[in-house]
Design a protein around this ligand. Structure first.
Ligand SMILES: [Zn+2]
Ligand SMILES: [Zn+2]
Length: 253
């Protein structure tokens, strides 16, 4: 399969903790021949760097100014929301989502949950994952958090599943398929791993290849994901942003 990346739906700018501006990211995307680039900075609960919804209008204005310089590249304004606790809360309200073109969501250790009990149920496991094997109970709770988030919110892309927390990939893959949320193959975080991708492939979920670039040079750098596609022979029709294809965005339906 000749894989041509059409779009990169996950990039950060100085609005959160990326090193480039929207213009810098757009230039890089254009040079790499992308048709679509999403600007998806961290949402408000990301400590220090999270973007307040009050800034969405300013970002939109900036993005529209930059867009004027590009004919063959379309810029999308998005956000990478934080999934916060077992109830599946995210830190972007439905009304604020309407101001955005695309909504990504993922788990980040440093974005603390609203409920104190979730520190024991979720955060503790994220803190200890790399030194202590996750228990069945922990995996079940993590899975519940992801499943609830996908069911309750119109999340277009689940970012880097498996980063920081172990989950039941079959269950998460199934709910992503049922609700129309794409599963990210993340080159930045090197997720999902070999075992997890096999479980995801056994469901009907679809995938998106993203860079999660935090600097302009890394836009469209997706070597890990492309290797994964080859290694597991992931069918072209299950990858939503290659060979001229665009995502069918759940948040816009
Ligand atoms: Zn992330
Ligand atoms: Zn990110």
């Amino acid at each position: 399969m000749d894989i041509r990346l059409t779009a990169d739906y996950h990039s950060h700018t100085r609005y959160s903790h990326g090193s480039g501006t929207i213009m810098d990211n757009a230039k890089a995307a254009s040079q790499k021949g992308l048709e679509i680039l999403a600007i998806t900075d961290h949402a408000v609960r990301h400590p220090i760097v999270g973007v307040s919804p009050k800034k969405y209008d300013k970002m939109r204005k900036d993005l529209e100014e930059v867009q004027k310089n590009f004919d063959s590249l379309t810029l999308l304004l998005g956000i990478e929301a934080n999934i916060l606790g077992m109830a599946g809360d995210i830190d972007v309200k439905d009304d604020d989502m309407k101001k955005l073109d695309i909504v990504l969501a993922g788990y980040h250790l440093t974005s603390f949950p609203y409920k104190f009990s979730d520190y024991f149920k979720i955060t503790w496991n994220a803190l200890t994952k790399y030194t202590m094997k996750s228990t069945k109970g922990q995996i079940a709770r993590n899975t519940t958090m992801f499943v609830n988030a996908i069911k309750r919110h119109k999340i277009d892309i689940l970012t880097h599943p498996g980063f920081r927390l172990d989950i039941d990939y079959k269950e998460v893959g199934k709910v992503c398929a049922d609700y129309g949320t794409y599963v990210e193959l993340s080159s930045r975080h090197k997720t999902p791993d070999d075992k997890s991708i096999e479980q995801l492939l056994s469901t009907d979920c679809n995938f998106v290849i993203n860079s999660d670039a935090h600097k302009p040079d890394n836009i469209a750098s997706c070597d890990f994901a492309l290797e994964l596609v080859k290694k597991f022979d992931i069918p072209e029709e299950r990858i939503a942003n290659i060979c001229g294809k665009k995502l069918d965005l759940r948040s816009k339906r």
